[in-house]
Design a protein around this ligand. Structure first.
Ligand code: ADP
Ligand code: ZN
Ligand code: ZN
Length: 748
């Protein structure tokens, strides 16, 4: 008699109740075929559902086991990804199945939409907007659809996207069709949405490296013989990092290995994609969430089948089904977009490290402003630090000037533009060159800033900016809950001009238009760049000189290359500097450095003007001098003093409920539970702060309360913390959610 075989499977149901392996008997006919990573159909309760095999046993755990019904896909997941998904679910506090979903083909193998419904406007943009004003009051959804279609132009937008953006239902669409404003067209998914990014010429594969590049290349080559090996390339913008990535990719391929390239955001990095596509053409695959379902699916399968051996993509591409990875590149490794903000809340850098270790790959982390976490590792000697300090061709970095807005205030200039920036914009426009105006972030939380002296109210124990609350009026620290009254006079200079600070791109646009009536002004932020390809459209219009001034948020700060931009103005460096976040200084430095990299990319000389009420701040001073080391040493000192990462790790617990009292209560009880069950916490070796309301206290009708756990090597405690929280969750009744985020990047 044949030996019996049992499979442990993870059910494809997103629920805590089934978040563990279930054992099933493997029918004799399938014993040879089923592997770890196969997808199968199993009976569960009264249904049949999909499940993934995560283990095979010779012995049953109980006597009465049900049998697997059928085998779906023998090699749905490679064994590496099964292990990865387990690790990821523990480390980042998700269900195992959620982590598995990350590794499956896009669309999760469900029926793929072969056709896409495209909604096309039947009127011009102007006419659509006129129609919109007519129906605005009665039908909000319809007017939203019209607004987005007006922006998208004659190519229209896929219904699926419109639905998502506007929240509209079929009924709204049908009304618009009946009114003769739009029509539906069914088009094959594959045809419509290419990513819109060309392939550049194969490029010069035997380009002579500069001496600095050559030195870095030697280290990378060495890395291949001692892999797994992590390397940090710290290289200023334009120093030739991409060229090194390309060469490293060729090296990996020549060794019979595959290549994974991660970039922060596809839409913002056309340059690197063009080069990789040009160099590796048939072997290249782009994994990109902005492709149509069909195309995404096709690209993914090319990777899975082994046809494409060089894969480029954003965060989620880190789960690409590549085998035998020889090289992983993470460009702009400091970028926030590498961390996923919903479950599983993973960081792609950590996943990349895991895969590099598993596959024995070279991992190249590249940045002009490496994150503190990575830099600290380099400093400790764990990762070799490779430097590229000069731009290729000796092109100079742009000159940066700081404008003290306190002075403007004193001299009664209450406008958005300082006199210096105004003059510089004017001169640039007269020369027929282009200007980028940059607002670090759209204002959401307000802080109090003294216009007279630049003083900002901060927490005495956390050094985080205090957030202003209107009713009842007070200031609050969102790390420790410290509260105080809002002062009427500046504690430092006694001026009464201490007020809330907030500024949006729309206001900048309005003022730019009125200050420079002859210039064409464009704005790019998450309001204007909606729908597929919208970013690329706005950017290429700007590249084609259809506007002289581009106003935008951090979206425009990254990776862009406009030869005719010779002036970059930072409207208010203070906005990102005073976010209630311990990384505010780091973010500001990174943003300013990147923005500065936008100016003077061509042959013309560039100039950057930074406006701020806080001109003495080390982040701003260091950015203005292109002084990464100066910045990072100061920042490390501060982080160490307050034991923030990289000198600690943080776990954020966020409890939310439609009722504020419930949210606060849940967080309070969770605190008690954590302290009771974690001896290291009660012994005072670690800190648990809170509960206190989140900086954005209410989102989507839910009140949010935070607990913040700070300590060394919390990564080792994920398992126990998980069981405490999961046990606690079982006791919760009503509409309450508890979210756990390991090393969060945003604590809003
Ligand atoms: P980074 O990725 O660091 O911003 P890139 O790799 O894009 O820099 O290089 C900037 C520019 O210099 C590109 O146009 C690239 O083709 C060119 N370049 C890079 N290395 C060399 C080299 N060794 N010789 C000549 N040109 C180079
Ligand atoms: Zn003051
Ligand atoms: Zn505090």
């Amino acid at each position: 008699m044949k030996e019996e075989l049992y499979a442990r499977v993870i059910l494809d149901i997103i629920s805590d109740a089934v978040d563990r392996p279930f054992q099933y008997l493997v029918p004799p006919g399938l014993q040879e075929k089923i592997k770890i990573g196969s997808s199968v159909r199993v009976p569960f309760r009264s249904r049949e559902i999909t499940a993934y095999v995560v283990g095979l046993d010779k012995k049953p755990e109980v006597d009465t086991l049900r049998e697997i019904s059928s085998l779906q896909d023998e090699g749905a997941l490679q064994e590496e990804l099964v292990e990865l998904s387990y690790w990821l679910s523990r480390r980042f506090f998700s269900r195992w199945i959620e982590a598995i979903h990350l590794c499956l083909p896009p669309g999760n193998n469900k029926v793929r939409t072969k056709y896409v419904e495209l909604i096309l406007p039947l009127l011009s943009a102007k006419e659509l907007l006129e129609e919109k004003t007519k129906i605005k009051k009665r039908a909000l959804r319809q007017s939203l659809i019209l607004e987005h279609l007006a922006q998208a132009g004659e190519e229209g937008l896929p219904w699926n996207d419109l639905k998502k953006i506007t929240g509209a239902g079929r009924q709204s669409l049908l009304s618009l069709i009946n009114k003769g404003l739009v029509k539906i067209e069914k088009v094959p998914g594959e045809r419509v949405f290419t990513d819109g990014i060309a392939a550049s010429a194969p490029g010069n594969t035997n380009l002579r490296f500069s001496p600095q590049q050559e030195a870095v290349w030697k280290e990378i080559r060495k890395g291949f013989s001692s892999a797994p090996q992590e390397l940090l390339i710290y290289g200023v913008t334009g120093s030739g990092k991409t060229e090194l990535y390309l060469r490293a990719a060729e090296e990996a391929l020549s060794r019979g290995r595959t290549v994974l390239i991660l970039v922060p955001e596809i839409a913002l990095t056309p340059h690197i994609i063009e080069q990789f596509r040009g160099r590796f053409s048939g072997e290249f695959a782009l994994l990109h969430s902005n492709l149509s379902a069909g195309e995404r699916f096709e690209q993914w399968w090319r990777v899975k089948r082994g046809d494409a051996r060089v894969v480029l993509g954003a965060r989620s591409a880190v789960f690409a089904p590549l085998e035998n990875i020889g090289l992983i590149v993470m460009d702009e490794e400091h970028e926030n977009t590498y961390k996923q903000s919903d479950s599983p809340r993973y960081h792609a850098r950590e996943v990349a490290k895991w895969r590099a270790a598993y596959n024995g790959s070279v991992l190249l982390l590249g940045s002009a402003t490496p994150s503190l976490e990575t830099y600290a590792e380099a400093k400790n000697g764990n990762i070799p630090l490779l430097k590229l300090t000069e731009r290729v061709g000796g092109r100079p970095l742009p000159a940066i000037e700081i404008v003290d807005m306190r002075q403007e205030f004193k001299e009664r200039n209450k406008g958005i533009f300082s006199r210096k920036l105004w003059k510089a914009i004017n001169e640039t426009l007269l020369r027929g060159e282009q200007v980028i105006l940059f607002l670090n972030r759209r204002g959401f939380s307000s802080f109090q800033l003294c216009r007279q002296c630049g003083y900002v109210m901060r927490c005495p124990s956390c050094d985080i900016s205090l957030t202003y609350h209107a009713s009842p009026e007070h200031l609050e620290c969102h790390y420790c809950g410290y509260k105080r009254v809002a002062p009427e006079f500046c504690p430092k200079c006694k001026s009464p001009h201490i007020r809330n600070f907030g500024l949006g791109t729309q206001r900048v646009e309005k003022e730019a238009k009125s200050s420079f009536p002859n210039a064409c002004v464009m704005r790019m932020d998450s309001d204007t760049a909606v729908g597929r390809g919208a970013y690329i459209k706005i950017l290429s219009a700007f590249r084609e000189q259809k506007a002289a001034i581009l106003i935008g948020t951090q979206m425009i700060a990254k990776g862009l290359d406009f030869p005719d931009v010779t002036l970059v103005g930072v409207i208010a460096a203070d906005i990102s500097l005073h976010l209630p976040d311990f990384r505010a200084g780091e973010r500001t430095f990174q943003l300013l450095s990147q923005v500065a990299g936008r100016a003077g990319r061509g042959d013309k000389k560039g100039k950057v003007i930074i406006q701020t009420f806080t001109p003495w701040h080390y982040s701003i001073q260091a950015a203005a001098k292109h002084n990464y080391h100066g910045f990072i040493e100061e920042e490390l000192k501060r982080r160490r003093a307050l034991s923030f990462p990289p000198f600690s790790e943080i776990i954020l617990f966020s409890c939310s409920s439609p009722q504020e009292k419930k949210a606060a209560e849940t967080a309070g009880k969770l605190r008690v539970s954590l302290i009771k069950n974690l001896p290291s916490l009660s012994a005072g070796k670690e800190e648990l702060l809170g509960p206190f309301p989140a900086p954005i206290k209410k989102i989507n009708g839910r009140f949010r309360y935070h607990l913040l756990y700070k300590g060394d090597n919390l990564g080792l405690k994920c398992e126990i913390i998980r069981s405490i929280v999961w046990n606690y969750k079982k006791e919760i009744r009503g509409d309450i959610r508890v979210v756990v985020d390991f090393n969060p990047l945003m604590m809003l």
